[in-house]
Design a protein around this ligand. Structure first.
Ligand code: UN1
Length: 505
């Protein structure tokens, strides 16, 4: 008999350094989607605690911003070492709390390690430009300075990696962090915080660099409305972003938004169908369809539709569904009953629009009455109706036929969201068209791979209702710093720009 989830969770938390009193007797009940059973009761942070967390991060910022960036990088390096040492335990906890299969739970921790490595390198590369000036004996340059407290609001589906994209970069940039994790996944957040504290102690870093506030909407609002919080990076639904963005704008705080996706892929006549089947299977069914980058719309050229569809149907029918801790399992549970209900509502709408639906039904009820497993749904759609244009956070893949590339690119872009996209083709003209200014309107545009599973080296995020934010690699760090333009006169005259004369006696 494997250890019960309750015992295993308690053991993992203890090994990861989370005090038992933080996860027992609190008001926030945590259940594992694997069986639907209760695994912890977490203490929520009250208003006083929230204020104290932000105050501590604000005070730490005053000190941290003066520490040279490569020394700040040293803390992130040590944190990366803690993550390496704890990878198996933390990955396992991700599996238990979020329901991800083992390799994805571990992959999530690897993503944290990767961003730490990136941030350590970045800590020596926070470059500014020098700019040619029009005035003699002048020099112009840009300097980048720490901005302040960064509020991070994260979602259940990437309970730890998305925080780390923000935190690792923010910390080397000289900012401090207050994190409001999803109320569905506070345990992994507590574990990460404990690992971070260990690294902080080893580095001799000031107290308060990263604080955690646990709770629901009011906890998020505390970050959004507090003038001590300079930037809020929020990951979640477009509805959440619509609530957060105007409140941040009202106080001129910066927003980094990573909201809904409704990602499409185009399969052209020249596509390598072996690649397509594998790419589509992972992108559409992986993480039980609960990634913001999940493939939700597939446009197949009519020349290959009849060859491809039966292969996809076979993949959908044969995918293993069940306890994500078991080896060989590919599709774990949905996060909760509400997710299951939303999936069924979407499928009902699709059916009413004339869809032919394969799969989508509840599965593995043997694993628990409150565990919500489904067979991923492959849905043949006659047209891109409203339900297809709406993000449903579940494994539903809407499949449509096309004949003309320009028309399918227009259809691909005819949704409110703009996160990730792909084309499968071996035709250079088609690939380049999709990548061009007239092609996909998304923040992530791929060729011959699916839309999900991005590496941290690139800037991650999307356009339109996805919110426009960029996180992780490339120059996403600039959103966590303020830029100063400096002009220095080393001459004896005071020439004015644009030739303006203003001579006083
Ligand atoms: C998310 O679903 O919020 O590209 C993030 C991916 C992952 C991140 C997804 N690296 O699918």
């Amino acid at each position: 008999m494997p250890a019960s989830l309750v015992t295993e969770t308690a053991d993992l938390l203890a090994r990861l350094g989370v005090p038992a009193d933080a996860v027992t007797g609190g008001s926030l009940v945590v259940t594992s989607p694997i069986t639907g059973e209760r695994i912890a009761e977490v203490r929520e942070t009250d208003a006083t605690g929230r204020d104290a967390a932000i105050a501590a991060a604000d005070a730490a910022f005053r000190e941290w911003r003066l520490v040279p960036a490569p020394r700040r990088g040293e803390l992130v390096r040590l944190f990366g070492l803690e993550l390496r040492a704890a990878k198996a335990d933390l990955g396992r906890l991700v599996t238990i709390e979020a329901g991800k299969i083992v390799s994805e739970g571990l992959g999530e921790v690897q993503e944290m390690i990767d961003i730490c490595d990136f941030a350590v390198g970045l800590s020596r590369q926070l470059y500014g430009l020098t700019v040619a000036t029009e005035r003699p004996s002048h020099r112009m340059m840009e300097t980048w300075h720490p901005l302040g407290v960064v509020g991070v609001i994260s979602a259940f589906n990437f309970p730890v990696a998305v925080w780390s994209w923000n935190a690792a970069i923010a910390l080397v940039c000289g900012d401090t962090v207050v994190w409001k994790p999803s109320e569905k996944t506070p345990l992994t957040a507590l574990a990460v915080e404990a690992l971070f504290e260990k690294a902080s102690e080893k580095a001799g870093a000031p107290f308060g660099l990263s604080r955690l506030i646990i709770g629901g909407r009011e906890a998020g609002e505390a970050l959004v409305d507090d003038t001590r919080v300079a930037v809020v990076s929020a990951t979640g639904s477009t509805a959440m972003g619509r609530a957060v963005a105007p409140r941040l704008a009202a106080r001129f705080a910066r927003a980094i938004l990573e909201l809904g996706g409704n990602n499409g892929a185009i399969v052209a006549p020249s596509a390598d169908l072996d690649l397509v089947v594998r790419g589509v299977a992972f992108a559409a069914m992986g993480t039980a369809g609960q990634r913001c980058t999940t493939l939700r719309r597939l446009f197949i050229h009519e020349a290959v539709y009849d060859a491809l569809l039966p292969r996809l149907r076979r993949a959908y029918a044969s995918v293993t569904i069940g306890d994500p801790r078991e080896a060989g399992m590919l599709v774990g549970p949905l996060i909760d009953a509400a997710a299951f209900d939303r999936m069924q509502t979407a499928l009902d709408k699709a059916r009413a629009d004339g869809a032919v639906i394969h799969g989508g039904e509840r599965a593995r009820q043997d694993l628990g009455g409150n565990a919500w497993y489904v067979r991923p749904a492959l849905v043949e759609m006659p047209a891109q109706t409203e339900v297809v244009r709406t993000e449903t956070f579940a494994p539903i893949l809407y499949v449509m036929r096309y004949t003309d590339l320009d028309a399918v690119i227009a259809a691909h872009n005819a949704v409110p969201q703009g996160l990730s996209s792909s084309i499968f083709t071996n035709d250079l003209r088609e690939a380049e068209s999709f990548l061009s200014a007239g092609g996909s309107d998304c923040g992530i545009v791929n060729v011959n791979i699916g839309p999900s599973g991005a590496e941290i080296g690139g800037a991650f995020g999307g356009e339109k209702e996805t919110g426009g934010g960029r996180e992780a690699g490339s120059d996403a760090w600039k959103a966590y710093m303020r830029r100063a333009t400096n002009t220095i006169n080393y001459g004896r005259d005071l020439p004015l720009a644009q030739g303006v004369a203003f001579d006083v006696e």
